[in-house]
Design a protein around this ligand. Sequence first.
Ligand SMILES: *Cc1c(COP(=O)(O)O)cnc(C)c1O
Length: 397
Amino acid sequence: MQRNLEDGVVQKNREFAAPERRWAWVEIDREAIRYNLKRFRKHLGPDVKIMAVVKADGYGHGAAECARTALATGASMLGVSSVDEGIELRRVGIAAPVVILAEPPQEAIPLILQYQLIPAVYNMDFALALGETADAMGRVSPYHLKVDTGMNRVGVHYSDAGDFLRTINFHRGLELQGVFTHFATADDVDTFIFKQQMGRFEEALSTIRYMGVDPGIIHAANTAAMIRYKQAHYHMVRVGIGMYGLHPSEVTRPIMELRPAMSVRARISYLKSVPVGEGVSYSHTYRSPGSVLIATLPIGYGDGISRVLSNRMDVLVGGKRYPQVGNICMDMLMFEVNQRASALNPRPAIEMGDEVVLVGRSGNEQITLDEMARIVGTINYELACRFGLRLDRVFVE
Ligand SMILES: *Cc1c(COP(=O)(O)O)cnc(C)c1O
């Protein structure tokens, strides 16, 4: 793999590329994102559109870069969760339709229009304010109606969708471009709630059509529903986690092979032997058993390596696992290199500056975000987002 340090690096407004400046970074394999999207393309009917969901900085993978890759690989729309995320895409020159999946505050309406973003709509006041503002500018604002079918988070209740549209559909500043819902349990073993939500969504769609209103682009499926349920594909699917090569749950894993795009890497910044009985790191939760080298990596919980993982995770060097030891610090963590050589285990040759994989593949070994998430007690979604917060990113083709 060729590392593209010149143009491929998202520098977060900093001057130099990550590995030269700091020995800890996230690597994004663009080919993996392309592979996953092509896999979805094969799975979907030829007329089903793909919305690439790039909220939360592309689940920590870099929104703009992932959006570009997705658009070049068959996605036709982008999904974000805030006005700022939409503006960020426009500022880097992305012109594709961008849907804000949650309704922003009314104060943001001028920005929505200025940057030609498409909001989800579910509050009457917001819808009317959007229509008035657009109309005053001589414009028509597209919007997607969000229907709540059982997630019970945001959206117009499915039994009120008809009445809602009856009130705003006349507005000459508004254009209904799509109708959508979101599943609460598409990745659960149990399918009852999913089916109930499908039934309710169909009910809302029938009401809308019966009124003579064209619902436009109908969409419902997140990654899990896209993988499991063809009946939920409609005109478009909204894929987030799967595009990045991660499975929403163990239920979808056997159905489709995906390639994780994110790996987390660091280089050994210090290497020393610690005498038997000496403690390592805050609170000395680990003591040297002797005959070990302690290697330090310049990456810590400030970068997304949860402190909960202290003494419970491994790292990979040259295709082998090594146990992380001692409490994980904000900016550093340590791991143990056992120096007791045996016939089966020759003494590992580990040196300052060696590349270490915290998430990803090294030789035949692999540490997945899922493995890490299980130990932390969360889901891969959350860990991926966190790794996007401070670490710089390197994109590899
Ligand atoms: C985040 C989000 C998605 C994407 O979900 P994944 O499980 O990551 O595929 C789809 N739709 C909505 C409304 C979302 O908020």
